[in-house]
Design a protein around this ligand. Structure first.
Ligand code: NAD
Length: 479
């Protein structure tokens, strides 16, 4: 069975404790690799290696040189697209086409931030006579990156790409369910000339390696992507050392469909944004709100698509793969059991293929209709292939329902009325609003992040670079 160590200062090392934990294929339930069970001592070593990198070769590079390394890594990731996508499919159960899209996105992040590295600059500020005042952007120093299991490569790319472009040295803690492509990425980055210590990866459990990173006294910034509960703990741990934190948390994002919308165009977006990655997407659109005159039509057209959805092993490359683990399957089924218990109506379901391996974590995609707004399937993030659809009567009600959860990540609005497009775009509580499209996080270029319980800070796009930097003001008195 293949075993992986931690990646510290460009070396593969076992956990200090010597302990390991297993990697299971969600399509079959079979264990196929072992990982280092990193903990506090390993995080210490990784932070130390990052600190040395800042004082050494990595810290001496110009922004242009850093950008060139990132660009080379981007090209190399694309050359390894088959290796990485097959590994991802096996590790997290992602159908191959979706896994390939993640590899391409990882490469694109490094391309974007490679190009952006030497384009961040400060200002000069008019001040008193005899002074010249300028601002410069400097890296935080050592940045910690805590990554979830749903899009490991994409989320690594978006936070690590921006952090490295700004000259930080990083310590990455992947989710315990999704380490392999991140470790393989490290191998690729090293081959492309990434100086030792610029990126360090410690695998392990959240409560051990993750908590050690979040509370480390010598970390200068934490980028956390994951659940609200863990995000709040990470922020509290970092606060003990006044360390700034970016939180990219969960969502319960709505798409709002008005009667004048182009329904033909909308319907594929409505469904795909709910079932992509088996619904395990922070920016999944798990709530569909439809103006009453077209409600039954939209329910019928979405139902037709649901009935055609097949769920099966990742290597079969169907529309929907397994969820990441038996644990996640039990969580999603718990929501569906509550829906049945409370008499909620199922509009339509997809089907698990007959020959799916018995040990796989399969859940049939489910569209629930006419659900009371207070029900937990409407209010809580399910993180599985489950959507709810409900009618509304006017614009005011649409905004109230769209904003009526603790989250605020993304919102989609479908209408041909230009005034309404802008009114709603401004009225909804979300970090991203899509009009007549839905991006589930959107492109690499688009700043992304939440309001309310969906978190704070922005990643992606040029904006992310400022989050991975600190501004210094220099006031020169020259008389
Ligand atoms: P999670 O919060 O359970 O885990 C996320 C990461 O935190 C993992 O690496 C985990 O090991 C680590 N962790 C766990 N306990 C920790 C602790 N005490 N201290 C420090 N680190 C700890 O989330 P998950 O189940 O891996 O991911 C799913 C969640 O992530 C969903 O809520 C989803 O919406 C969210 N998510 C958000 C975004 C976004 O950009 N907003 C993107 C992807 C996923």
């Amino acid at each position: 069975m293949k075993t992986y160590g931690n990646f510290i200062a460009n070396k593969w090392v076992d956990a200090v404790s010597g302990e390991q934990f297993g990697v299971f294929d969600p399509s079959t339930g079979i264990e196929f690799a072992k990982l280092a069970r990193g903990a506090e001592e390993d995080v210490d070593l990784a932070v130390g290696a990052a600190r040395e990198a800042l004082a050494g070769e990595w810290g001496r590079l110009t922004a242009t040189e850093r950008g060139r390394i990132l660009s080379r890594i981007s090209a190399a990731v694309l050359r390894h697209v088959e290796l990485l996508s097959e590994l991802e499919a096996r590790d997290v159960g992602k159908p191959l086409t979706q896994a390939r899209a993640d590899v391409v996105a990882l490469a694109r992040y490094f391309e974007f931030y490679g190009g952006a590295a030497d384009k961040v600059h400060g200002d000069t500020i008019p001040y008193q006579n005899g002074f010249t005042v300028l601002t410069v952007y400097e890296p935080h120093g050592v940045t910690g990156h805590i990554i979830p299991w749903n899009y490991p490569m994409q989320i690594l790319g978006r936070s690590l790409g921006a952090a490295l472009a700004m000259g930080n040295a990083a310590v990455v803690k992947p989710a315990e369910e999704a380490c392999l492509t991140i470790l393989e990425f490290a191998r690729i980055a090293e081959e492309e000339g990434l100086p030792a210590g610029a990126v360090n990866i410690v695998t392990g459990y959240g409560a051990e390696a993750g908590a050690a990173l979040a509370g480390h006294p010598d970390i200068n910034h934490i980028s956390f992507t994951g659940s609200v509960r863990t995000g709040e703990m990470v922020q509290a741990a970092a606060a003990r050392h006044a360390v700034p934190v970016t939180l990219e948390l969960g969502g319960k994002s709505a798409q709002v469909v008005f009667a004048d919308a182009d329904i033909d165009r909308a319907v594929p977006f409505l469904v795909n944004a709910g079932i992509q990655n088996a619904g395990q997407t922070c920016s999944a659109s798990s709530r569909i709100l439809v103006e009453r005159p077209v409600y039954e039509e939209v329910v019928a057209r979405m139902s037709e698509r649901y009935r055609a959805l097949n769920v099966g092993p990742a290597d079969r490359d169907l529309a929907v793969g397994p969820v990441v683990s038996q644990r996640q399957k039990a969580i999603v089924e718990g929501f569906l059991d509550d829906a049945v218990r409370d008499g909620l109506k199922v509009a339509a379901q997809g089907a698990v293929v007959d020959d799916a391996p018995a040990g796989g974590a399969y859940v049939a995609p489910t569209l629930l209709r006419d659900v009371p707004h207070e029900h937990r399937v409407v209010q809580e993030e399910i993180f599985g292939p489950v959507q709810v659809i409900m009618p509304f009567d006017d614009e005011e009600e649409a905004v109230r329902l769209a904003n009526g959860t603790p989250y605020g990540l993304v919102c989609g609005i479908w209408t041909g009325d230009g005034g309404r497009q802008f009114r709603l775009a401004r009225a909804v509580q979300a970090g991203q609003v899509f009009i007549n499209n839905y991006g589930a996080g959107g492109g690499v270029e688009l700043p992304f992040g939440g309001v309310k319980k969906s978190g704070h800070g922005r990643e992606k796009g040029f904006e992310a670079l400022y989050g991975f930097a600190t501004m210094k003001t220099i006031s020169v008195h020259h008389g």
